[in-house]
Ligand binder design. Structure first.
Ligand code: ACO
Length: 428
């Protein structure tokens, strides 16, 4: 079915094409708008602007739906492993057993970092934020594997580069933590699977090896699955923008890490736990913080609430809330921050300020409590998000190349001074 739209500016009318996605989403094609009418479209924050046609992830914000390659997130969260999800997102289909084994082997093969990379870690101060280390080290890794600088999407070169990145990001993340707490690095153990290997590199000690714990590994895998992709969010759009200049995969993804770091995006998970800690230690009632978030005289926000796309509920948050309960019970732990989080959520659901603005808990609201339960330190939370988002970034990088998209180059409307003559310094 093809539809047409008409745009009228003054006395002139312009026909615009309408495209419809496989789930019925519609868009106006304004590719010739400026050429035909002299106008550009203005949409700061891109709330109404599509940048690509993508077959990776579908989000329906009104209905709270999230699909990876057509599969509902609820089913994947319950049944799949993170490594399967990586293969699904990057290559488009759930892997069969042979493909999965090959993919797992490729991940196991590339876990170790080049020997000369190790001493770069000691160049960072111990206080260095792990996200800064991660971004810098991802760029550095590419210097030790110059072949990855040349790879576009097709064939063996891409497969190797993607596996290298997915695998090494764990090692870099775990080592940045070890360095920050002044502990020796744990070398990867290729016999452990993806999550167990990461936990070993984080938590093994010279006097006590990490003992594999299926409950913790499953919780970590779930966390990574829920963060694996989320269509054209801030960091993924950044990866695509950088990739559109035909920058290599590692540089494109290092820039995605930087975009993810901010508290309005992937930095929100640590900000949520910080906020819950502040509420607890202040001894003030939760209502005090609700009122503060509603008070427009300052910019305090309830971290972990609100989303550009979800306007009803975030399905990832519902899954995490349920799994946090299960995990704490299975580990025989309790967390006072969970009670505060539940009270906050309950009160916002009855509060007109939050209802009218459609502000609900997002993925970051309960994820920090899950990470606390499995012993991940606070400043590593955004890094954990970045590890999870790797397959989504890689899939988007690949899709952009497969579609041979143009370089990203938005326009602007200039509002500065009109043409004027230079005034020599002595006359100013
Ligand atoms: N607490 C209080 N008020 C909020 C919050 C919040 N968390 N989020 C939005 N609002 C209010 C705004 O003040 C604004 O009110 P107004 O209309 O009276 O001016 C209204 O809701 C709309 O907010 P915007 O900032 O325009 O919404 P936007 O879509 O641009 O931002 C965002 C979405 C960044 C997620 C925002 O809701 C926010 O800052 N949330 C807190 C940070 C957070 O949790 N980020 C993680 C997002 S999920 C992710 O990236 C993985």
């Amino acid at each position: 079915m093809s539809e047409k739209a008409t745009l009228t500016i003054g006395d002139a009318s312009y026909n615009l094409g309408v495209s419809i996605g496989s789930e019925g989403e519609k868009c106006l094609d304004i590719g010739l708008l400026r050429e035909q009418s002299g106008c550009i479209a203005m949409d700061p924050g891109f709330g109404n602007t599509g940048s690509c046609f993508s077959s990776i992830t579908f989000v329906d914000g009104e209905k709270g739906i999230l699909h990876y390659r057509g599969y509902p997130i609820e089913e994947l969260a319950e049944q799949a492993s993170f490594v399967e999800i990586c293969s699904l997102l990057i290559y488009g289909e759930l892997p069969d057993e042979k493909t999965l084994t090959k993919f797992r082997n490729a991940l196991a093969e590339h876990t170790a970092l080049h020997g000369n990379l190790t001493h770069h870690f000691s160049g960072f101060p111990e206080s260095a934020p792990p996200m800064a280390i991660l971004s810098a080290m991802l760029n550095l890794v590419s210097c030790f594997h110059p072949d990855v600088l040349e790879v576009y999407s097709e064939g063996h070169g891409f497969d190797r580069t993607a596996a290298l990145l997915l695998s090494k990001v764990r090692t870099i993340a775990a080592w940045s933590y070890r360095m920050s707490v002044g502990k020796p690095f744990n070398h990867p153990n290729p016999n452990l699977d993806y999550c167990a290997n990461f936990l070993h590199m984080m938590f093994s000690e010279p006097y006590r090896e990490y003992i594999p714990n299926p409950v913790v590994e499953r919780a970590l895998s779930l966390f990574l699955i829920l963060h694996a992709d989320h269509e054209q969010n801030c960091s993924t759009s950044t990866v695509r923008t950088v990739a559109s200049s035909r920058a290599n995969l590692f540089s494109s993804i290092a820039s995605g890490v930087c975009a993810l770091w901010g508290p309005l995006h992937g930095g929100a998970n640590s900000a949520v736990v910080q906020m819950l800690e502040d509420i607890r230690s202040s001894g003030r009632p939760v209502d005090y913080y609700l009122d503060k978030a509603k008070d427009k005289s300052h910019d305090y926000r309830l971290m972990g609430f609100g989303h550009r796309v979800y306007k009803n509920f975030d399905p990832r948050s519902l899954i995490l809330k349920e799994k946090v309960y299960d995990l704490l019970a299975e580990l025989n732990k309790s967390d006072p921050l969970l009670d505060i989080a539940l009270e906050l959520e309950e009160k916002t659901l009855k509060d007109d300020f939050f209802i009218s603005r459609k502000l609900y808990p997002n993925v970051d609201f309960y994820s920090g409590i899950l990470l606390r339960a499995i012993g991940i330190p606070l400043d590593m939370y955004p890094v954990m998000f970045a590890i999870g988002r790797m397959p989504g970034w890689i899939a988007n990088w690949r899709e952009l190349h497969d579609q041979n998209l143009r370089i990203t180059r938005p326009r602007q409307i200039y509002t500065g001074a009109q043409k004027r003559s230079y005034i020599p310094l002595s006359e100013r």
